[in-house]
Design a protein around this ligand. Structure first.
Ligand SMILES: Cc1cc2nc3c(=O)[nH]c(=O)nc-3n(C[C@H](O)[C@H](O)[C@H](O)COP(=O)(O)O)c2cc1C
Ligand code: SF4
Length: 408
């Protein structure tokens, strides 16, 4: 297995507050290479060839998305999605904490490739410290002419602005994010049109996750072939996995895609603490599937064929001492709170699911509740306006099916 580190390579070695520290390890040389030796077409072809796909959850081809905006004329925007509201997920925040300039270099490159003169960083409303780090990084990049008018003596101009969200989970979804930036209610819009065609203020807009963007400098410096050889061929590269719950070494680790859940928990995470017995793991945050011991050898990829959706990359390890009813109440409470209320099936469905979870915890669940549960889960899975409804049903559905919380 490759142990190439693309994003975490310089974590702990450089001072995140000092641009010189990043430049000393080769930082901003991808931008210099792009400006001096390459053109947008060549770099776009290279990103497509690398197989890089979105790390925000859906796994869409990054090269294809950039191309969709690059091929359009007129005003356009690049938005880096740093909303990161999925419970148990803090990988994007860790990138900012440890190496803000690799993210910034990725944002600058992505914007220049698509021909945008304006980019935004949409940051989680709770990420005050990270906002300050990024403000400082932007100031330093501008002083070094990596931003602003005539970037390092070229004809490229770019302005990057930080936009702070108000902390709603659904605003991580790209159309809700754009709505909130436009001053509208933070709720998803009907797609199509997709943001690549009509995004922020009706202009073509490319929205990419912070981890996705942070891969771009490495691909430009090392080439698509080197990148595509790392990890699973169907969705190459590395991934930031967030290990949490009942695990000896919690935290963010970078490992190739295609790694198995077992390897992550036991090799990287050091296994469970002494005396704790593995029960199941949840992959991808509160919206993720539950995985039993018998499924731990599943390789994690972004492919549709992968039986477990990788999502944000969060791996929550749950041991047998955990009260499952408390956990279910916390999952359902989260989605009830975070439903934006736009569609009835999610607004009511998440509310009813949480109510039943409360009765389940109190040991007062009735046969009628059990029957209703089937209908509510079906409705959330099949009729909601955006994926949040499906997310709300996932863990409860798995707890019934795999953990048999309602019996056989
Ligand atoms: C309810 C919901 C929440 C989301 N939250 C995030 C988020 O916090 N960060 C993120 O990058 N993508 C999030 N997404 C996915 C975005 O809509 C979008 O697909 C992503 O930012 C695209 O970037 P990528 O192609 O680099 O993955 C969310 C999607 C949904 C449905
Ligand atoms: S599914 Fe939920 S979050 Fe999505 S639009 Fe409907 S109410 Fe809003």
């Amino acid at each position: 297995m490759s142990n190439t580190k693309i994003i975490t390579n310089n974590w702990g070695k450089i001072d995140p507050d000092k641009i010189e520290s990043y430049i000393a390890v080769g930082g901003y040389s991808a931008l210099k290479k792009f400006i001096r030796d390459l053109d947008a077409q060549t770099v776009l072809a290279e990103i497509k060839k690398s197989g890089l796909c979105g790390r925000g959850g859906a796994g869409f081809s990054t090269g294809d998305k950039l191309s969709l905006v690059a091929t359009q004329g007129g005003e356009k925007y690049f938005i880096c999605n740093l909303d990161e509201s999925e419970p148990g997920t803090h990988k994007d925040r860790s990138i900012v904490d440890n190496n803000p300039h690799v993210l910034l270099e990725g944002i600058i490159l992505s914007s220049l490739i698509i021909g945008a003169k304006k980019a935004f960083i949409y940051i989680n409303g709770h990420y005050e410290k990270q906002k300050e780090i990024l403000e400082m990084a932007l100031e330093q990049a501008e002083k070094n002419e990596f931003l602003g008018r005539g970037i390092i003596g070229s004809c490229y101009d770019l302005e990057v602005e930080i936009f702070q969200g108000a902390g709603a989970y659904v605003c991580g979804e790209e159309t809700a994010l754009i709505n909130s930036m436009e001053g509208n209610r933070g709720e998803p819009k009907l797609r199509p049109p997709y943001p690549t065609g009509s995004g922020l203020w009706g202009k073509p807009t490319c929205v990419n996750n912070a981890e996705t963007v942070s891969n771009i400098p490495w691909i430009i410096l090392n080439g698509a072939d080197a990148y595509s050889k790392i990890g699973a061929p169907c969705s190459p590269g590395t991934k930031l996995y967030i290990l949490g719950g009942s695990i000896r070494n919690p935290g963010v680790v970078e490992a190739p895609t295609g790694i198995t859940i077992r390897e992550l928990i036991f090799n990287f995470g050091g296994g469970l603490p002494r005396g704790k017995e593995f029960w199941f793991t949840q992959i991808g945050g509160a919206s993720g599937h539950l995985v039993l011991e018998s499924e731990l050898d599943t390789p994690l990829t972004f492919s549709r064929e992968c039986p477990v959706s990788l999502g944000s990359g969060a791996i929550l390890v749950v041991d047998r001492s955990v009260n499952i009813y408390d956990l279910i109440l916390s999952w359902t409470g989260f989605f009830r709170r975070e439903s934006c209320g736009k569609c009835l099936s999610c607004r009511e469905g998440t509310f009813r699911l949480h109510e039943i979870a409360g009765r389940l915890q109190d040991g007062e669940i009735s046969d009628r509740d059990k029957e209703s549960l089937k209908d509510i889960l079906w409705t959330l899975n099949n009729t909601t306006f955006c994926p949040l409804g499906k997310f709300a049903a996932t863990a409860m559905g798995d707890a019934i099916l795999k953990l048999k919380i309602l019996g056989d």
